[in-house]
Design a binder for this molecule. Sequence first.
Ligand SMILES: [Zn+2]
Length: 283
Amino acid sequence: MGKKMREKIKEYMSRLEDGIRALTPADLEQFLRFRRYFRNYSIFNTMLIYMQRPNATLVAGMKKWNSLGRRVRKGERAIWIFVPWFKKIEVKVESETDSDSEKKETKTEEVLKGFIMRPVWDVSQTEGEPLPEDLAPLPAPEVKGNVSLKELYHRLIETSPVPVKETSLPYNEYGFAVVRGEKHIQINNAHDLKTKIVTLFHELAHIETPEKVKGREEKDVIAETVAYILAGMYGIDNLKGSAVYLGMFESRPIEFMEYVVGIVERISDRVGDMADYRMVENF
Ligand SMILES: [Zn+2]
């Protein structure tokens, strides 16, 4: 890898980290709408595309565009993303039948050696043949404000990976998630529908948060951020929205963003109202 490439990677890595650290939950909500177009990319690459071209909808390398009969317009600035760099190596395989045998077979394996940066361009930077139908632009993302709240609540319960029960709890409690043993969620039946939905978002996030996240506060930062974003996506005012937790999100490690984005995407995919996305071969 050349010195220039290493410098470029370093520069983009630090821009990426700064960009992610500066994200507020409201930015994250906007980013999730953007990400709808780039679901087959890693979160980091989506972030890189977002930072360099916030209106991008479909990116590909030069070769891919040319194969579609399109040209990148002169003077257009490339968008740089990371692509994995694999190296083929020979590995010895021991025979399973007799391990004492001296005979060793070899096979070729691809090993991830690192990442390099590759330029891609957005469709809006290209011209030429019309796009094939399966690559035609998606309609603009919508706020899902017109999903009936009742329907949304039922879909969330139906598609929850763990049983959800409404029970009578002390009024100042919203609900809770039991994440060990017989996992389940309880929602306080004394509250209104909006509160119950936002609570369910929060508790579902607890169920889906990786076990390696330790600490009650850490877990609630993730759960509150997920609830806030989902509430925004479905057009619900999150009255309960806990500003304290949302403020803390900004100082969390980068992994938190990956968790939040992953959980939001899983929940909204299950509810089935998330617009479909398409797979585009990168190169
Ligand atoms: Zn909680």
